[in-house]
Write a protein that binds this ligand. Structure first.
Ligand SMILES: Nc1ncnc2c1ncn2[C@@H]1O[C@H](COP(=O)(O)OP(=O)(O)OP(=O)(O)O)[C@@H](O)[C@H]1O
Length: 364
């Protein structure tokens, strides 16, 4: 567990907050531009000194201003990866990876190179790497220092769609296979939906909410404050079949009738595997009567749990319960009135296959 309680004045901006990061899984620090994400990560990494406060990693104090303790960055046992890879240009990839590698990490080298898919790059110099490859090398170097936690500041920024997906995949594997907890900064709910187990939401220099990612996605009250957070929900589903001829994968979700499935573009994942599905609120339809499902529309039994309150807007967000999972839908105020929707009402939620892109489905 990493616990930070820090305050720092930066020009007109004040960072004054607490953050707790569990010793396992992936935690995202999410906030709008200028909310203080990088400043907080810098304090944790030791690249800045708080005016007051403390930071503790397990039972090791990294900073305690009252007791005048401050551990320099290289002694914090933290692996840090920035947007730009910051590799040594004249060293080969192998040289970069070995730089500062403790003897004890030698046994990890081959496994990590394999995990990050950088075996074929070992003798190249950084100038000959793509942006995504360079970041994978930087992540490898950070991990070979045997850190107790990996910090990543916007690790996917600046990469194109395909490279981003590739790196997301590698970071997920890392989190699962190395057991090193990850704290990463992002302002992109897609990345967070795909990677994070927990989210800490930072606003104007203060962490104002944190919790498991699905809970944070399902809090209607956070929508207006975060701007982009309102847009989606995360649901778990299971792969029940692949249809090679039609290039489709069939998914089962809680709330579906026996035998019904949601069809999405063919996924790489075994039948039975659990997937995380990101569904935009505006792509979820709601009906008050049950109608038969169509091949490209999946129907889920739902209960209306909460109706949002957005004055001066034609749209309102509602929260549905589908077999115990939270599903967000964006409806017009007019539809809510005409359908006479009330909390507790049984409804049918409808998901159209074509609104779900490959990037919205992550095989866990
Ligand atoms: N050294 C500094 N001196 C003065 N102001 C600073 C300094 N460093 C950061 N700030 C200000 O503090 C605020 C928070 O900056 P920070 O970089 O932490 O935000 P962020 O959430 O990481 O933003 P982004 O997503 O755009 O990177 C900004 O208003 C920034 O201008």
């Amino acid at each position: 567990m990493l616990e930070a309680q820090v305050s720092q004045r930066l020009g007109d901006f004040t960072l004054d907050t607490s953050l707790a990061v569990p010793a396992e899984g992936v935690t995202a620090l999410f906030g709008r531009s200028g909310s203080g994400k990088s400043s907080l990560i810098r304090l944790i990494a030791g690249l800045g000194v708080p005016d007051s406060g403390s930071i503790r990693l397990g039972d090791t104090w990294l900073v305690d201003t009252q007791r005048r303790r401050w551990v320099p960055p290289h002694r914090r046992q933290l692996g840090v990866v920035f947007q730009e890879a910051r590799l040594f240009p004249h060293y080969s990839v192998r040289g970069n990876l070995r730089y500062g590698m403790p003897r004890a990490a030698r046994a990890d080298f081959d496994g990590l190179v394999e995990l990050l898919g950088i075996g074929h790059l070992l003798s190249r110099t950084p100038g000959l790497l793509s942006g995504g490859e360079a970041r994978r090398v930087a992540i490898g170097r950070a991990l070979l220092s045997r850190p107790r936690m990996l910090l990543m500041d916007e690790p996917l920024t600046g990469l194109d769609g395909a490279r981003k997906q590739e790196l997301l995949h590698y970071i997920r594997r890392l989190a699962r296979d190395t057991g090193v907890p990850i704290l990463f900064v992002s302002h992109d709910t897609r990345e967070i939906g795909a990677l994070a187990d927990r989210v800490a939401l930072i606003e104007e220099g203060r962490v104002m909410a944190s919790g498991p990612v699905d809970e944070m996605f399902s809090r209607l009250d956070l929508g207006p404050r975060t701007g982009r957070f309102e847009a989606s929900s995360l649901l778990e589903a299971r792969i029940v079949a692949h249809d090679e001829a039609l290039c489709l994968t069939r998914l089962a979700l809680s709330g579906m009738a026996e035998g019904e499935t949601l069809s999405v573009a063919r996924l790489e994942g075994a039948v039975g595997a659990v997937v995380r599905l990101r569904l935009r609120a505006r792509d979820v339809g709601v009906a008050s009567t049950r109608t038969p499902s169509l091949p490209d529309v999946a129907c889920l039994s739902a209960t209306l749990r909460e109706i949002g309150d957005e004055a001066y807007s034609p749209f309102v967000e509602v929260m549905l319960d589908v077999g115990g999972q939270a599903l967000r839908a964006r409806l017009t105020r007019e539809a809510i009135a005409q359908m006479g929707l009330e909390v507790g009402q049984a409804l049918q939620a409808r998901l159209r296959s074509v609104t779900i892109s490959r990037h919205d489905v992550i095989v866990m």
